[in-house]
Design a protein. Sequence first.
Length: 264
Amino acid sequence: SQPIMAGKRGLVMGVANDRSIAWGIAAQAHAHGAELAFTYQGEALAKRVKPLAESVGSDIVLQCDVTDDASVDAVFAALEEKWGKIDFVIHAIAYADKEELKGRYVDTSREGFLRSLDISCYSFTAIAQRAVPLMNEGGSLLTLTYYGAEQVMPHYNVMGVAKAALESSVRYLAADLGSEGIRVNAISAGPIKTLAASGIGDFRHILKWNEYNSPLRQNVSIEQVGGAGLYLLSDLSSGVTGEIHHVDSGYHVVGMMAVDAAPQ
Ligand code: NAD
């Protein structure tokens, strides 16, 4: 039988290095037959992303800063020229100024708020606007979110507010695009040590807490997020849209763990 992603072409946005969640999903999509294109944020990341793209047989590697409409336009114009149609987009992009990821949410600046919401939330809608005209029936848009959207997590601050807006936009986009056969979903990943996560205060403590307090007693890997990504990008999830799918070792279902539950 055919690999489940055979004949599907997709754009991967948000690879910074081989620890990126976007890379974990891209690797799984490639392993199951997808053809991939990649974007990278700035020239400093080009030297990391190009070899990774090459290792999965991709020669479409484009610069894109989502705060610049012209650069987003250029990416989809290039894809239209190369491929004509696309089947999926992985959006794994978020940003908050370092000063906003420590201390209290109440101290968030207007500038920091707008920048974080622009890059971490609006960019997914901007990308959907450009992707949809190129999408085949059965198209899939996927973004990444975190539990800090639902519950207060230490130092997540404005990112939590941005992720709440992103999760809501997943539902509105799903409703808008469903009649065109396009699905829109998010994965809510547990904490993973990536470049972006290194900006969050006390991140090591958050990792330990999740390991001790999740039903599976472990932190998730980018391979595990990749497995769920594969499902949401493929026709296996053809009946699923508007969903926030948790890949967090079950952390989000726990109210309180038993006293003796922590690993010894
Ligand atoms: P990462 O640092 O590997 O990826 C973040 C990416 O965002 C980078 O590739 C960066 O270049 C890109 N980016 C930031 N600003 C941009 C801009 N203006 N234009 C274009 N690209 C821009 O970290 P990651 O943890 O893999 O993050 C990917 C996604 O996963 C993010 O949305 C993040 O919030 C989410 N997430 C991460 C965790 C975690 O613990 N690491 C948990 C849940 C959700």
